[in-house]
Design a protein around this ligand. Structure first.
Ligand code: MN
Ligand code: MN
Length: 283
């Protein structure tokens, strides 16, 4: 046994950025498969820098490793789920926390399932204009309108809190009641009402949760959404250990001057900083 009395080591969690170029489960308009490349281009562009609002810098304070895009078929959903599961297992096996880039929102189901297989049920903070709770959408149970129905029926979430919701219909309201989903509707929204969730915590950001004036590059723009500052305020309240995150539904073909891709890149940096701060392991 060592009697070394040197400085206490602080374990810095690595973060792996994983691109998921698939939009096979989009219900209306494809194009989100090009999202990861657009986010990566904005993230590493000299147009901006790699600072975060907490003062931490990617590559200086934060160990963010860009693992590139997975070679998804974008035709065979079951085969692509196996790829996604393997990539998440590989990241977790190396001790890293995965931030995944969509792709349409259907990818969140295999992402959450892979992480739940290791960590058990966890809290999920979900930003979206839509609750994505359809039992199936037009016959597709893996539709990007359904991932949170799949997650809840599989028991992967001990608590699901949805923020930004402003499209709730009767079916999805019934589904939310059935599964015990906590919806914080956009009407009367204020970040002070956002709960601080217990860990482990997963964060899923559908960019259409943000107002189309700030995030126009999505397939289903819905007016009256969150501001970027409101999203950041909700994230900043969270102090739990984070087991994974995703940013989904960027459709570069609908973007305006790349502002949505630049926003998604900023959210990558801010999520990385939050993971870095929340996941410090002090012996
Ligand atoms: Mn949405
Ligand atoms: Mn969604």
């Amino acid at each position: 046994m060592s009697d070394f009395k040197g400085p206490i080591a602080v374990v810095q969690p690595a973060i792996h950025l994983i691109g998921l170029p698939t939009d096979q489960n989009s219900s209306f308009e494809r194009g989100a498969a090009l999202g990861p490349a657009a986010i990566r281009e904005a993230l590493w562009s000299d147009r901006g820098n790699l600072s975060t609002e907490a003062g931490l810098e990617i590559g200086v304070d934060i160990d963010l490793v860009d693992k590139g895009d997975l070679p998804l078929s974008d035709i065979d959903c079951a085969a692509d789920d196996i790829h996604i599961t393997a990539a998440i297992q590989l990241a977790m096996g190396s001790g890293a926390v995965p931030i995944s880039l969509g792709g349409d929102h259907a990818v969140t189901y295999p992402l959450v399932a892979a992480i739940a297989a290791k960590h058990g049920p966890f809290s999920i903070l979900h930003f979206d204009a839509h609750p994505d709770l359809y039992a199936d959408f037009e016959g597709n149970p893996r539709s990007h309108a359904s991932p949170f129905a799949r997650i809840m029926e599989a028991g992967h979430a001990k608590r699901l809190v949805q923020i930004g919701i402003r499209t709730l219909n009767r079916h999805c309201r019934e589904q939310a009641e059935h599964y015990g989903v906590e919806i914080l509707p956009m009407a009367n929204f204020t970040p002070t009402h956002i709960p601080v969730l217990e860990g482990p915590l997963y964060i899923s950001i559908d960019l259409d949760g943000i107002d189309p004036s700030e995030a126009p590059g999505v397939a289903h723009p819905e007016p009256g959404g969150l501001t970027v500052r409101e999203v950041l305020a909700c994230l900043a309240k969270q102090d739990a250990r984070i087991v994974g995150a995703d940013i989904v539904e960027l459709n570069p073909a609908r973007d305006v001057n790349g502002v949505s891709a630049i926003l998604a890149a900023k959210l990558v940096r801010e999520l990385a900083a939050l993971i870095h701060m929340n996941n410090q392991e002090k012996p």
